[in-house]
Write a protein that binds this ligand. Sequence first.
Ligand code: TXA
Ligand code: MG
Length: 353
Amino acid sequence: METKIIRMDENNIDYEMLEKAGAIIKAGGLVAFPTETVYGLGGDALNEESSGKIYRAKGRPSDNPLIVHICRLEAMFSIVKKVPDAAMKLAEAFWPGPLTIILNKSEKVPYATTGGLDTVAIRMPEHKVALAFIEASGGYIAAPSANTSGKPSPTLAKYVAEDMDGKIEMIIDGGEVGIGLESTIVDLTEEIPMILRPGYITKEMLERVLGEVKVDAAVLEDSSGKAPKAPGMKYRHYAPKGKLTIIAGNQEKVVGEINNRAAMMREKGEKVGIIGTDDTISLYRADSIKSAGRREDEESIARTLYKMLREFDDENVTVIYSEAFDETSENGGIGQAIMNRLLKAAGHHIESI
Ligand code: TXA
Ligand code: MG
């Protein structure tokens, strides 16, 4: 299959082209598109054959459910059994935006889309191209991140093309995404709302709207062996090809420790990459040294993380060391989401010194 790549800006939307993209979706095909979090791999959420194609294109296990992307609030009502007050409050506060809400599904949503579950994940993205694309496609787009299963989610269209070229009909290139980490997922099917995946919308932000919110234990712990509620969280994820280890502790000691290990590994013939910050990168010695940005600027770290992991792959780096980042969200930050993804990318190899 030839994959058509088209470029489209948020403030210069080509509606004619989106009609074509919508026609592909309505015919059961797949189109990758930009959102404010990461690129999505879209198909018709109400067509089970389309969902099957998404799983095949990603090489993703079919028990791992897809998020249904909508562009109008009314759409939520037709794909769930009941809309609880909490869902309305969240929609009002955070949609369109990087928040996914889980509710009990209606019969309209095929089990192929929900990985066999009776619940459905729903999100209204904030990106203007995404919203117009969903509208042109009939209003219900099932979309996982547009990467091959296991790889870091794409924050640029070129990474979508790397993974999906020849496998899908179209890629809409909207430039670099704004946030860079996937949406926060909150489950509203239990008595107390529960965060299944942390993201840009933090626990504190949700609690201001809902009152008490819990966090699934699988979010920061090593969950291999247990069954997290978001099936996707059990798989090895966001992983670069090189073996990634996180070193946590006092900055000066961390720099020394990483340099020692890097030197040892390079002597053994490994190609070593390091993730530091603007303050530390000049202190490191390795084959490839990258800065996640300023340590205080969590938004820049979030936006850069997957890109750095993908670049290490392109450079054939075999061993990676990363500094740890602040998980506490005292400043309302997205540190928890950053560390959740980094820990998964590292297969939970973290050492405190
Ligand atoms: O930001 C995002 O959410 C991006 C963009 C494209 O919107 N999408 C995304 O989708 O990250 P994906 O498929 O890569 O991740 C969806 C996660 C998976 O971990 C999946 O297991 C979980 O959501 N999930 C989906 N439906 C669920 C459900 N009904 N119950 C529990 N977890 C669910
Ligand atoms: Mg994903």
